[in-house]
Design a protein around this ligand. Structure first.
Ligand code: 5GP
Length: 190
């Protein structure tokens, strides 16, 4: 029987470029990665697609999934906005021999690490500075000023978790960060 895939967690403050790095890594066949699609109770943004970016659930559906013990981990990442990793999603991908990559918040990342220990490579993507982070969030143009402020406040909290991760990847120059991430993953999956 082929061995089950490994787990690679990417966590970071929103706007640190983590999602861009994860997308680039998913394009590299030698890493054999599949994205763990999370469930969320937040509304769809822009071009997002149900079953590709997230499984978009109503608050009631999300609550039911919690009650039914369907999550490996879940967090109220922002007030009233729930996000969670579904057990069935991770099992499905691992059963196909894929290495599973997660784009989840720092607390979720730590839960996965605790659950699966050495099977997990946990990478914290750090923005070069909070000023750069604020610029990136504003430039994205998808959120209101109030939401951006919420995200920056949260970034302060999240940066404190960096030392608990296996690696801190500073995303100053994107191409370099992607290469470094690729090397870390190759090393972990061998
Ligand atoms: P966004 O709303 O920008 O898509 O995501 C907001 C935050 O929720 C990001 O930090 C993202 O990584 C995190 N997130 C996405 N999915 C999950 C999940 O399944 N579990 C946890 N704990 N956080 C998640």
């Amino acid at each position: 029987m082929p061995s089950r895939g490994k787990l690679i967690v990417f966590s970071a403050p929103s706007g640190s470029g983590k999602t861009t790095i994860v997308r680039a890594l998913l394009q590299k066949p030698e890493l054999n990665l599949a994205f763990s699609i999370s469930a969320t109770s937040r509304a769809k943004r822009g071009q997002e697609i149900h079953g590709k970016d997230y499984y978009f659930l109503s608050p009631k559906e999300f609550e039911n999934a919690i009650q039914n013990n369907e999550f490996l981990e879940w967090e109220e990442v922002y007030p009233g906005q729930y996000y969670g990793t579904l057990k069935a999603e991770v099992d499905r991908l691992r059963d196909h021999g894929k290495n599973v990559i997660f784009d989840i918040d720092v607390k979720g990342g730590m839960s996965i690490k605790k659950n699966f220990n050495s099977e997990v490579l946990a990478i914290f993507v750090q923005p070069p500075s909070l000023a750069v982070l604020a610029e990136r969030l504003t430039g994205r143009g998808t959120e209101t000023d109030e939401k951006i402020k919420l995200r920056l406040d949260k970034a302060h909290e999240e940066l404190a978790f960096a030392p608990s991760f296996d690696h801190v990847l500073v995303n100053d120059e994107l191409a370099l960060a992607i290469n470094q991430a690729q090397d870390l993953i190759l090393n972990h999956i061998q």
